[in-house]
Each structure stands twice: as structure tokens, then as C-alpha cells.
Design a protein around this ligand. Structure first.
Ligand code: AQP
Length: 350
């Protein structure tokens, strides 16, 4: 028995298909400002430039325990967040991952392409499994392989994600490249690019400038949720950890001041400005003056999103129609890809 495909590696042949965007968010808790700035905000812009597929990652969510009675509602909440942050279901394809079984089937094939050594290097598994790795689900370990299937089922070329996902994107590229080599199909899968540029690619916790803002942080004061009202947003910013120094004139002056850098970065991302512009405006001022300005801006941007989410969630029928229609449109792309893959692998009936 060999663990190597016999096909020799061919020189890289560029993918020549159309550009497509794909990304998703797990229905594993309240969405926060980091998810919005790192991911959702970019989706709304990209949909007008490139065909865009955005899914609710419910297969990914169950890599850690999810209450069955709540999961469906959590899926609707993410879909509501997509719509409330500007995704248009007539333009973008919006769907639930579990409604497109091709993702799971392709993931199995990719499990047989990816190497254990590749997965062993994934830092997110190490962080999420913590000290009790042997008690983690197998799904949590192979999560990046499913992510590769999510992307490549649509032959997506661009993946808007936060900075934390860069390593997983590299794995997707490795899987795509190895599949193309192993099955003598040069250029069959594209090597997708992560779109992580811009302010907001890595929003940090409001309580700890060294930890990323995360849904699973036990402290609600560590993040601003998309559904927080104006009072909660202002209070969380008021209580955000900072230092006693005034804001510097240049970005270099923020080095070694993680919490200060984070708040300036959040302001810049929300205002659509560069960090340097924010500093030019507030240099010399302390956080007593800066925080209320940041709170006003955050309330102005986030408040309407929360309101629209509440309106959408009051009529789940509308969200369900969007997801049903999206799943049919998604399958129309993913099913032919999977059929091609099965033929290349040599399966009976393919
Ligand atoms: N702090 C962040 N800054 C910028 N982008 C972020 N993203 C997540 N946190 C930040 C981006 O949001 C998208 C969706 O993430 P996800 O829900 O699929 O999973 P995640 O990255 O694991 O997000 P969380 O909030 O940290 O969830 P938990 O706590 O459940 O693990 C991705 O594009 C991600 O990069």
C-alpha cells in the first residue's frame, strides 16, 4: 500500500475559469464587530464586483456541541446578519451549508488528498482544542479540509476572511494543487486567494489587546455584538481596556500599545479611513475624549444593523425563502463540480 499518488507533478497550469467569491460564518453564537469588519462588510461590497456565494457554516458549527433546539434559529440569525449588512439575495447566493450535501461529499475526497502533517500544523485546532485535544471531535481536526471543500466546490478564486483564516486558506491551496497533480487535471481547481487586506482584518478583544475578539470569549464585555443596542455599545467602549497615554501622531507610536492600537483600528475601519487619518485627527487627546467619539461612530454604524436584524428575525419566513432559493442556486454550481471530481477520481457511475 502506498500513500503517494503515482502521478508526477506537472508544472503549474493557471486556472482559467471565472472569478468567484465564497465565504461563510459559523452559527455558533452572537456575531460581533470582528466578524463584521473582518468578513461581512467585505461581502456586501464584493457581491457587486464578482459572483458571490455566502453560506451559513452549520456543518462547521457542530465541530463543537450545538444545542439541536437552537441551531436552526442560529442559522437564521446569521442569514439575518448577512441581509442586514447589505447582502442582496438577488445578487449574491446565500445558503445554509447543510442544505448543499456536495460540501460534505467533496470534503471526504479531500480528506484522502490532504496529509496528516498538514493538519498537524493548523494553529486554530491547537487553540480551540486546548489542553484536552483527545476529547475534541474529529470534525474539529478536519475542519480546514471541509473549508477547502466549501471553497473549491464553487471553484472560488477569492475568499474574504479575517486574518485568523489565512493558514486555512493556505491549506486549501495545497489541497487544490495536490488534487490537480494527483488526478492529472492541471488547472482544474483554482488556487484561491484570501482577501484579508484593510483595517478590521484582525479586531482584538476589548478586554485584552493580545486576544482576538471572539464569539466564544466568556466575557460579553470583550466584544460588541451586532445585536447590542446603543447603550450596550457605548458602555462596552467606555469600559474597554486602554492605557493612560494620549494618542500619538503616527502609527509607529502605537507599537507596544495593543489596546490603544485596537481602538484606533476599530475607529478607522468603521469610518472607512486609514489609521494615519484617525491619528491626525485625535493626536494628543486621551481616551477620555476619544472613547465617546468612537462610541458615537460605532452606534451610528452598528445600530441600524441590529435594528434590521430584529425586523428580519420577526418574520423567519422571509429568511427561509432566501435560504431555500440560495441552496438551489448553490447546488446548481456545486453538483457539476462534484460530478467532475468523481469522474477524475474514477468512481463507478461517475
Ligand atoms: N476578531 C476578528 N477580527 C476580524 N475578523 C474576524 N473573524 C472572526 N473573528 C474576527 C472573521 O469572521 C469570519 C467568520 O468567523 P467564524 O464565525 O466562521 O469563525 P471564527 O473565526 O472562529 O470566529 P469567532 O468569532 O472567533 O468564533 P468562535 O469564538 O466560535 O471561534 C471569518 O472570516 C473570520 O476570519
Amino acid at each position: 500500500m502506498t500513500d503517494q499518488a503515482p502521478t508526477p507533478s506537472e508544472g503549474p497550469v493557471p486556472y482559467s475559469g471565472p472569478d468567484r467569491v465564497l465565504s461563510g460564518v459559523q452559527p455558533s453564537g452572537d456575531l460581533h464587530l470582528g466578524n463584521y469588519l473582518g468578513a461581512l462588510k467585505k461581502f456586501a461590497r464584493l457581491q457587486h464586483e464578482i459572483p458571490t456565494f455566502i453560506f451559513v457554516a452549520d456543518y462547521h458549527a457542530i465541530t463543537v456541541w450545538q444545542e439541536p433546539a437552537k441551531l436552526k434559529q442560529q442559522v437564521r440569525e446569521i442569514a439575518a446578519a448577512y441581509l442586514a449588512t447589505g447582502l442582496d439575495p438577488k445578487v449574491a447566493t446565500i445558503f445554509a451549508q447543510s442544505a448543499v450535501p456536495e460540501h460534505a461529499e467533496l470534503a471526504w475526497i479531500f480528506n484522502c488528498v490532504a496529509r496528516l502533517g498538514w493538519l498537524d500544523r493548523m494553529t486554530q485546532f491547537k487553540e480551540k482544542s486546548g489542553k484536552h485535544k483527545e476529547r475534541s471531535s474529529v470534525g474539529l481536526y478536519t475542519y480546514p479540509v471541509l473549508q477547502a471543500a466549501d471553497i473549491l466546490a464553487y471553484k472560488a478564486t477569492k475568499v474574504p476572511v479575517g486574518d485568523d483564516q489565512k493558514q486555512h486558506l493556505e491549506l486549501t491551496r495545497d489541497i487544490a494543487q495536490k488534487f490537480n497533480n494527483d488526478f492529472a487535471a492541471p488547472g482544474f481547481f483554482p488556487l484561491p486567494e484570501p482577501l484579508t487586506q484593510g483595517p478590521g482584518a484582525r479586531v482584538m478583544s476589548l478586554r485584552d489587546g493580545a486576544a482576538k475578539m471572539s464569539k466564544s470569549d466568556p466575557s460579553d464585555y470583550s466584544r460588541i455584538n451586532l445585536t447590542d443596542d446603543a447603550d450596550a455599545i457605548a458602555q462596552k467602549i467606555r469600559k474597554a481596556r486602554t492605557d493612560a497615554e494620549p494618542l500619538p501622531e503616527t502609527a509607529e507610536g502605537l507599537e507596544g500599545r495593543a489596546e490603544a492600537k485596537n481602538l484606533v483600528g476599530i475607529y478607522a475601519a468603521l469610518a472607512g479611513k486609514a489609521e494615519a487619518e484617525v491619528l491626525a485627527e485625535y493626536a494628543g487627546q486621551g481616551f477620555g475624549a476619544f472613547k465617546p467619539k468612537l462610541a458615537d461612530l460605532a452606534v451610528a454604524v452598528m445600530g441600524p444593523i441590529g435594528g434590521e436584524m430584529r425586523r428580519l428575525l420577526s418574520d423567519p419566513g422571509e429568511i427561509d425563502r432566501v435560504l431555500t432559493d440560495g441552496a438551489a442556486r448553490a447546488r446548481a454550481i456545486a453538483a457539476p463540480t462534484l460530478a467532475e471530481v468523481k469522474a477524475l477520481v474514477g468512481f463507478w457511475g461517475a
